[in-house]
Ligand binder design. Structure first.
Ligand code: TEU
Ligand code: CA
Length: 594
C-alpha cells in the first residue's frame, strides 16, 4: 500500500474516532502524583524544534518544506525525541519568516500543501511522536484579510480587529506617532496609514500589525483556528509572544525606565490572564494538548500566574533569563557561571509542584548553543556540545532542543550585511549603522555572535553540495561552510558522535524518572568552573558534574559527597566511587549516588 494511501487511511481512521487528544482529555483520570507532580506526557517529553525553512528541501527550490521534514522523521525518531515543535508553516509573505501570517488555515506555498501537512502529521504519529505548531496571534501579516479590510475605512467591520489611533501634532506641526512606543525591530511601533490618516500599532515589523484582543470577535477567531488544527490531530501549541496580547488602550508614553526594557513594558497587560483562562476554557480544556508560551517580559515571580495548573492558563512557558544570560543587548559577554547556575536554583525554588518549567538554551531567535555557551573551537566543539546537551537533558523541566544542536552546528562566519536575511538585523543596520550611530565593523562583529541568522542556516545533512540540504545551487540562506566536517551522515555513522551521545542521554532520561520528576539541588553554587547538581526521586539519587572550563581540573565533591557508579560520560573515563574527580576540559558525567 503506497505511503499516501496508508496515510490517508490512518487519517480516515483517526477522523472516525474523536481525535486521540479528545478521548485522552475525556478519559484521562488523574494519575497518581509522582513526587507531588501530576504526571503528564508533555512533562516526560523531549521536544525538538524544527525551523521548516532550513530543515530539508525536497523539491530543489532551495527552501525547506514539509515533505522534506517527513523524509527525515526516521532521523528524529532514532534520536529519541518525543515531540516536534514546528515553527510557523502557514501562508505568509515572510516579512519575518512566517511569524507574519496571512492565512491561518493555509500551508505556506513554499512549504507545500495541506495534504503534505496531513501526510507529515500522520507520519509523525506513526512513529509515536507528537507535533505542536506555532500559534502567532499577537499580530498578523498586514496582508491578512482582516487587516486588508481593517485599513480600508474607519467604519470597516474589521477596523477594531487592530489598534488605530490618531497621530499627535509635533513641534513643527508635523504629525507624530500616538506615543513613543518603539518596535522590537527598530523605529516606532506605530505606522501612519494615509488611507485613513491614522496610525496602526506593530510591536514587531511594519508588516506585523498587532491584533486587538479586547475585541471578542478577534478572540473567537483565534479559538476557532486553534480548533481547526487540533481537530486535525495536532498535539498543542507554542504560543508566540503571548504575554503581549493585552494592551493598555490609552497607550500612554513609556517612561525612560520602560524604554530600557520594552519586553517588560509591553507584557502583562490588564486582561492577559483573563484571556488565557478564556482560551483554556474554550479550547485547551477540550483536548489533551501541550501549550508552551513564549513569555517575553514575564519574570520568574510572575511565571506561576501563567502556568500554575490550578489557574488553567498555560502548561508551561519559556523564560528568557538563561538563554539571554550572557548578553548585553546585541553584545555577547563572558559567561559568569555562578550567576548562570543561580538561575536554575531560583527556578527550583520559585516554581513549585504545580508550576512546570522548560529548559532551553537555543532556538531560531538566538545564536548556536555550542558557540554561545560552549567552545566551538576544533578541539572542544564536540565535548562542549555534548556537555550542553547533558545539561539540557538532566535539568528540571521539559527540554527543548533546536535542530542541528545534536550535530554541534556552530555560528556562521558572516562577512557583510548582505549575508544576513533577518529583518531584525537589517532594520537595526538601517537605523544605527547607516545613520552613523554605530560602526559597521563593530555591528557585524556583534551579529557574528548574537544574530538570529546564526541558527537559521540550513541543516547540514551530509558532505555533498550545500550539505545535502537542497539540490538547488543556492539555498535561501547560505549553508555554513563547515558542513563538510559537521553533518548528520557523519554523526549518525560515528558511535562517539554528538548525535549518538545525545541519543544515549535522551534514552537515559526516558529510563530514569528522577531526571523528570526528581528534586533539583545545586551542590556547589559558588564554583566558577564546575556545574554540579543532584536529581533525587525517593531513594533514587543522581549527580551530574559539568566542567565548563577548557582546561582539565581535579574536582573534589563538596560536603564529603562520594560519586557512586558512573552512568554516563561524554569522554572516556572509568572513574567512580570517589569524592575526587579528574575532569578533562568540557567533561560531563552522570553518577548514581549511593
Ligand atoms: O520572538 C519574540 C522575541 O523574543 C524575539 O523577537 C526577540 O525579541 C528579538 O529577537 C529581540 O532580540 C517571537 C518569535 O520567536 C520571533 O521569531 C519573531 O520574530 C517574533 O516573536 C515576532 O513574531
Ligand atoms: Ca523546497
Amino acid at each position: 500500500m503506497k505511503a499516501a494511501q496508508l496515510s490517508a487511511l490512518v487519517l480516515a481512521l483517526a477522523s472516525l474516532a474523536p481525535p486521540v487528544q479528545v478521548m485522552a482529555a475525556q478519559a484521562s483520570q488523574p494519575q497518581a502524583a509522582i513526587n507531588g507532580y501530576q504526571p503528564a506526557w508533555w512533562k516526560e517529553a523531549v521536544v525538538y524544534q524544527v525551523y521548516p525553512r532550513s530543515f530539508k528541501d525536497s523539491n530543489g527550490d532551495g527552501i525547506g518544506d514539509l515533505p522534506g521534514i517527513t523524509s527525515k522523521l526516521d532521523y528524529l525518531q532514532q534520536l529519541g525525541v518525543d515531540v516536534i515543535w514546528l515553527s510557523p508553516h502557514y501562508d505568509s509573505p515572510n516579512a519575518d519568516n512566517g511569524y507574519d501570517i496571512r492565512d491561518y488555515r493555509k500551508v505556506m506555498a513554499e512549504f507545500g500543501t495541506m495534504a503534505d501537512f496531513d501526510t507529515m502529521l500522520a507520519a509523525i504519529k506513526q512513529r509515536h511522536m507528537r507535533l505542536i505548531i506555532d500559534l502567532v496571534v499577537n499580530h498578523t501579516s498586514d496582508e491578512h484579510h482582516w487587516f486588508v479590510e481593517s485599513r480600508k475605512s474607519k467604519a470597516n467591520p474589521y477596523r477594531d480587529f487592530y489598534f488605530w489611533r490618531d497621530g499627535r501634532p509635533g513641534p513643527d506641526g508635523k504629525l507624530l506617532p500616538p506615543n513613543n512606543d518603539p518596535s522590537f525591530f527598530s523605529g516606532s511601533a506605530w505606522q501612519f496609514d494615509p488611507a485613513t490618516n491614522q496610525y496602526y500599532l506593530h510591536y514587531f515589523a511594519v508588516k506585523q500589525p498587532d491584533l486587538n484582543w479586547d475585541n471578542p470577535k478577534v478572540r473567537e477567531e483565534v479559538y476557532s483556528l486553534m480548533r481547526f488544527w487540533l481537530d486535525k490531530g495536532v498535539d498543542g501549541f507554542r504560543m508566540d509572544v503571548i504575554p503581549l496580547i493585552s494592551k493598555n488602550p490609552a497607550f500612554p508614553d513609556l517612561t525612560p525606565e520602560q524604554l530600557s526594557n520594552i519586553g517588560d513594558a509591553y507584557a502583562n497587560g490588564p486582561h492577559m490572564h483573563e484571556y488565557l483562562q478564556e482560551m483554556n476554557r474554550n479550547v485547551m480544556a477540550k483536548y489533551d494538548v501541550m501549550t508552551v508560551g513564549e513569555a517575553l517580559g514575564i519574570s520568574l515571580a510572575q511565571t506561576p500566574l501563567m502556568v500554575d495548573d490550578r489557574r488553567h492558563e498555560l502548561n508551561t512557558i519559556f523564560n528568557f533569563d538563561a538563554i539571554r544570560f550572557n548578553r548585553d543587548g546585541i553584545k555577547l559577554k563572558p559567561l559568569d557561571l555562578p550567576g548562570f547556575k543561580a538561575i536554575y536554583t531560583r527556578h527550583a525554588e520559585g516554581l513549585d509542584k504545580h508550576s512546570w518549567d522548560t529548559v532551553f538554551l537555543s532556538n531560531h531567535d538566538n545564536p548556536r548553543v555550542v558557540s554561545t555557551f560552549g567552545d566551538d573551537s576544533p578541539e572542544f566543539r564536540v565535548p562542549s556540545a555534548k556537555l550542553l546537551e547533558t545539561m539540557l537533558l538532566t535539568l528540571r523541566g521539559t527540554p527543548f532542543l533546536y535542530q542541528g544542536d545534536e550535530l554541534g552546528m556552530t555560528n556562521y562566519p558572516f562577512r557583510s550585511i548582505e549575508d544576513f536575511d533577518d529583518i531584525e538585523v537589517k532594520n537595526y543596520y538601517k537605523a544605527n549603522v547607516l545613520t552613523g550611530r554605530i560602526a559597521e565593523a563593530a555591528y557585524l562583529e556583534d551579529m557574528r555572535h548574537t544574530s538570529r541568522d546564526n541558527s537559521r542556516t540550513p541543516m547540514q545533512w551530509d558532505a555533498s553540495a550545500n550539505g545535502g540540504f537542497t539540490t538547488a545551487t543556492k539555498p535561501w540562506l547560505a549553508e555554513n561552510p563547515n558542513y563538510a566536517q559537521i553533518n548528520a551522515a557523519e554523526e549518525v555513522a560515528d558511535p562517539h558522535s554528538i548525535y549518538n551521545y545525545t541519543r544515549s542521554v535522551i534514552a537515559f532520561r526516558h529510563d530514569h524518572p528522577a531526571f523528570i520528576y526528581g528534586d533539583y539541588q545545586d551542590i556547589d553554587p559558588g564554583n566558577t568552573s564546575v556545574f554540579a547538581y543532584t536529581r533525587t526521586l525517593g531513594p533514587e539519587r543522581y549527580l551530574v558534574v559539568l566542567n565548563f572550563e577548557s582546561k582539565p581540573l581535579t574536582y573534589t565533591l563538596p560536603g564529603g559527597i562520594t560519586a557512586g557508579s558512573l552512568m554516563l560520560a561524554n569522554l572516556p573515563t572509568k572513574e567512580q566511587n570517589t569524592g575526587s574527580l579528574h575532569l578533562a576540559g568540557w567533561e560531563a558525567r552522570i553518577y548514581k549516588l549511593r
